[in-house]
Design a protein around this ligand. Structure first.
Ligand code: 5AD
Ligand code: SF4
Length: 482
């Protein structure tokens, strides 16, 4: 990926920027000097690669990292054979941790041949002490480690790396700071994620997120709208409002800024130039009637709700601390479908939570059949140290694996049947890219998030196009432009 200055958002310091933002711009300038020196030394522009693990929040954080790296003079590349490599990590399940360690081992070989290379780690995994200990002991070739709460200090930390040969570690336990207006590079010019809140207060008993992302904090509606207006003026047509639990947006805002998520969504839709608004993720316990009404009445809001179920067994839901039952979940799904007929509902499900029996999984399968999800992401429970579920009695793989397979089969069958209901219709598709496998095709997304492939050329990328859906292939359609 090669980037021009035009792609660097918010790179010019606003007059009303916070003291912290101003300070970080000072470090950006300083780091630019260090990168200039490196450029002279190497006789070429140094390269940087940002590798993202995990969720949409991490993807957005990576855009912030890339913004800083590009601003101080690095060329952003996709190869890990770069002069600066940073892994933005995830720790929601153990396999994400293992992938990072595996790739760090591989980087050690590259760094031996390229001593000026710098390696950095950030993101959720770095908020866990055990990860830091392991890196200090076995991955001495890492130059910089920071966490989720001080990502805004990236430029400052980079300066320290350039000034020192030691491994720099800066992890904060929590923060109430929200630092705005630092450089950002978007992966797509026409669509963007936007954080509306950070952290999570729900403490589902299996989940590490509240420990590594900290307490819930909502951004001021004024700042959110200002950022979206800026994005719209820069060519963004679709935005995704991001938070661990967007339905609880607004708690803790000062009285004069008080706003619910439904109200925010409705305000966001009023921004000129924004044609489609998505949001992620909704907790079923907090999804309000007002929100359903705003979605139903507002064409701009995407016909897609991601509504993590986690389990269909009341007993397991209770042990998970989810605050809803199988019945109330199904009622909510019915209500959403009745009021927003074209909506797609997708979900997340965990199999193998402590104490889960075959009959608990039968309950989950029953919900899958009744709710008719358009897609469900299924995960085998992963024990996360420090969470309440880690000290409950664990389920052996000999029980969880067959249950997982059983569930997956039903999920795939129902999703396939459900997805095909749009065949023959004409849908508004936002074209995202040339198809990976067949360059004569374009790939885009319908309002309900389903992928569509159809013949066309690259001039349509970033445009909304009317596409007739000819054939459903499980999770995607093929079609033709009309
Ligand atoms: N094990 C397995 N899956 C998990 N998730 C969160 N924590 C765990 C865990 N410990 C899943 C949930 C969540 C999704 C993002 O990841 O289903 O909705
Ligand atoms: Fe984790 Fe539950 Fe918070 Fe989602 S709502 S991030 S699953 S604790």
């Amino acid at each position: 990926m090669s980037l021009s200055n035009k792609d660097i958002l918010h790179a010019v310091l606003n007059n009303d920027a916070s003291e912290e933002t101003k300070l970080q711009f000072h470090y950006i300038e300083k780091a630019t000097g260090y990168v200039d020196e490196l450029k002279k030394e190497l006789g070429r522009t140094p390269t940087a690669c940002v590798v993202t693990f995990g969720c949409q929040m991490n993807a957005r954080d990576s855009e912030k990292l890339m913004g800083i790296l590009a601003k101080i003079g690095y060329e952003i590349v996709e190869s890990e054979d770069a002069d600066f490599v940073i892994y933005n990590t995830c720790t929601v399940r153990d396999n994400a941790d293992q992938r990072v360690f595996g790739r760090l081992g591989y980087l050690s070989g590259i760094k031996k041949k390229k001593p000026h290379m710098k390696i950095a780690l950030c993101g959720c995994m770095m908020q866990e002490e055990s990860s830091i200990e392991k890196i200090k002991k076995s991955y001495r070739h890492v130059d910089l480690i920071f966490g989720t709460h001080n990502i805004f200090k990236f430029a400052e930390l980079l300066c320290t790396v350039f000034e020192s040969d030691r491994m720099i570690i800066d992890i904060w336990k929590d923060t109430d700071k929200i630092v705005e207006d630092l450089p950002i590079i978007r992966k797509y010019p026409f669509k963007s994620g936007i954080n509306i809140m950070f952290g999570c207060n729900n403490f589902c008993t299996y989940c590490i997120v509240p420990y590594v992302r900290g307490r819930e904090r909502s951004r001021s509606p004024k700042d959110i709208i200002r950022e979206i207006e800026y994005l719209a003026s820069d060519g963004v047509k679709e935005i995704m409002l991001l938070g661990q639990n967007v339905n609880s947006y607004g708690k803790g805002l000062p009285e004069d800024e008080a706003m619910s998520f439904a109200e925010l969504l409705s305000e966001v839709c009023k921004v000129d130039g924004i044609k489609r608004v998505r949001f992620m993720t909704s907790h079923p316990k907090d999804l309000s009637d007002d929100l359903i009404k705003v979605i139903a009445e507002n064409e701009k809001v995407a016909r897609h709700i991601h509504l993590p179920l986690q389990s269909g067994s009341d007993e397991i839901l209770k042990k998970m601390n989810r605050h809803y039952t199988k019945e109330s979940y199904l009622k909510l799904v019915d209500k959403i479908k009745a009021q927003i007929p074209d909506v797609s509902i997708t979900t997340d499900i965990i199999v193998g939570f402590p104490g889960e029996t075959d009959s608990d999984v039968d309950e989950t399968i029953d919900v899958v059949k009744k709710a008719q999800f358009d897609n469900a992401f299924t995960f085998i429970y992963s024990k996360r140290t420090g969470t309440p579920a880690a000290s409950m009695e664990q389920v052996p793989e000999s029980v969880s694996k067959p249950n997982f397979d059983r569930l997956l089969k039903v999920v795939q069958e129902t999703a396939k049947e459900r997805a095909s209901r749009f065949t023959g219709r004409v849908e508004n598709v936002l074209v995202e890219e040339i198809n990976e496998h067949d360059p004569s095709l374009l790939t885009g997304r319908m309002s309900n998030n389903t992928l569509v492939h159809f013949p066309g050329d690259s001039s349509l990328i970033g445009e909304f196009v009317s596409v007739k859906l000819l054939e459903c292939h499980g999770f995607y359609y093929t079609g033709e432009k009309i």
